[in-house]
Design a protein around this ligand. Structure first.
Ligand code: UDP
Length: 372
């Protein structure tokens, strides 16, 4: 197997940094290219090379590829956020499509034939079928999802034309954090349920507004497939192994296959913290599908991977530990007991050997679902 360098764009972000850390621990040579518009570079290990720059900067990308013998690309860098993308779509198409294409074109010209892309379950819009297979209609509801899907189409076509093995990993709801608390979700502004609800419970933000209690779901609140970010990182390593040996994995859903409602998330946070999550109920958020749960069979078949940290409580405990260890977290007297319990010294690095992923040696050829 090729062990050339891996260019990781967006490797200072939430999912990218978890992947980069894991990949370095697995002995990979990683170079992160990140413009630091939203990432946290301090979280990256010293053994990893960080270049501050733009994915669309051809000269920078060329320099990295030559200097570090890059053989593959894992492309996390991109703009996220459904609502913000409606307000400023041009920025989303610029970063997620135009610059991403320039990156793809640059590395293709340099002979790179393995490319993984961070995609999203938002490409499905409001799916009729739950759990959602990769063959479900692709009907994103906002420029964030549309721009991610546009790049999937481009990658599929460029990959076929030029013999590039590729994968588009469609994340459901990433949550949790590295178990030792050293990497945290750090979006600015924060819009995601788990960090917002943790902050509300810790008195760091106002009560959370639950978007709708009249959805067609068992308890009226939306249902999501929360997946531990460490599981996502492992899935990327499996996909990287595949594209490096020339196997296109195509679009792959990454989730647990199990849904939890917003109410369940708030109840689990309350039970972990031993205090309620202050919340009110508001109207539905436009474009929120009532249920979004992954059909995970394709991931199992083509990556030999499945999520292993599937307990919602574990994801929340890991997210809490990491959230409280962020430099901007202020320890106040009202949370003394919680701080004592969760600001414990960092554990050693996660025991990756315990993860049931290791015995997948070959990647069966599998036709990815066709794009319409
Ligand atoms: N949510 C909510 N209040 C918030 C943020 C999120 O009720 O302040 C709900 C949202 O409607 C969705 C779920 O929590 O059903 C997960 O939302 P998030 O923004 O974390 O991820 P998304 O599913 O939109 O990718």
């Amino acid at each position: 197997m090729s062990r050339r360098g891996v260019l990781v764009t967006g490797g200072a972000g939430f999912i990218g940094s978890h992947f980069a850390r894991l990949a370095v621990e697995q002995g990979r040579t990683i170079v992160v290219l990140d413009d630091l518009s939203s990432g946290t570079p301090g979280c990256l290990p010293a053994s990893l090379h960080l270049v501050e720059g733009d994915i669309g900067d051809v000269a920078v990308v060329k320099r990295i590829v030559h200097a570090h013998d890059i053989g593959s690309v894992v492309h996390f860098a991109g703009k996220l956020g459904a609502e913000a993308s409606v307000r400023a779509p041009e920025a989303y198409f610029d970063v997620n499509v135009v610059r991403a294409l320039r990156l793809l074109d640059t590395v293709r010209e340099l002979g790179i034939r393995a490319f993984l892309f961070s995609s999203t379950a938002a490409v499905y819009g409001q799916p009729d079928l739950v759990p959602v297979p990769e063959t479900a209609p692709l009907a994103p509801l906002n420029p964030c999802g549309t721009s991610k899907l546009a790049f999937e189409h481009a990658l599929s076509a460029v990959g076929a034309a030029h013999g590039i093995a590729w994968g588009a990993l469609r994340y459901f709801n990433a949550a949790g954090a590295r178990r030792d608390g050293t990497l945290a979700e750090n979006h600015e502004p924060e819009t995601h349920l788990v960090p917002l609800a943790l902050d509300a419970a810790l008195g760091k933000r106002p009560p959370i507004v639950v978007f709708g209690s009249d959805h067609p779901t068992p308890d009226g609140t939306c249902v999501r497939d929360f997946i531990h970010v460490e599981d996502l990182a492992v899935a990327h390593l499996r996909a990287l192994d595949a594209v490096e040996v020339g196997t296109t994995v195509g679009p792959v859903n990454l989730g647990t296959g199990r849904g939890h409602s917003v109410r369940e998330v708030l109840a689990t946070i309350a039970s972990v913290l031993g205090r309620p999550v202050p919340h009110t109920f508001g109207p539905r958020r436009p474009g929120d599908p009532p249920q979004l749960v992954a059909d995970v069979r394709r991931a199992r078949a083509v990556l030999g991977w499945r999520a292993t940290r599937t307990s919602l409580a574990t994801m929340i405990e890991d997210a809490l530990r990491a959230r409280m260890r962020r430099p901007q977290f202020v320890r106040t007297p009202d949370i003394e007991e919680i701080a004592e319990k969760w600001l414990c010294p960092a554990e050693t690095a996660p025991d990756w050997d315990a993860v049931d992923q290791a015995s997948w040696e070959s990647f069966p050829a599998s036709d990815p679902p066709a794009y319409p």
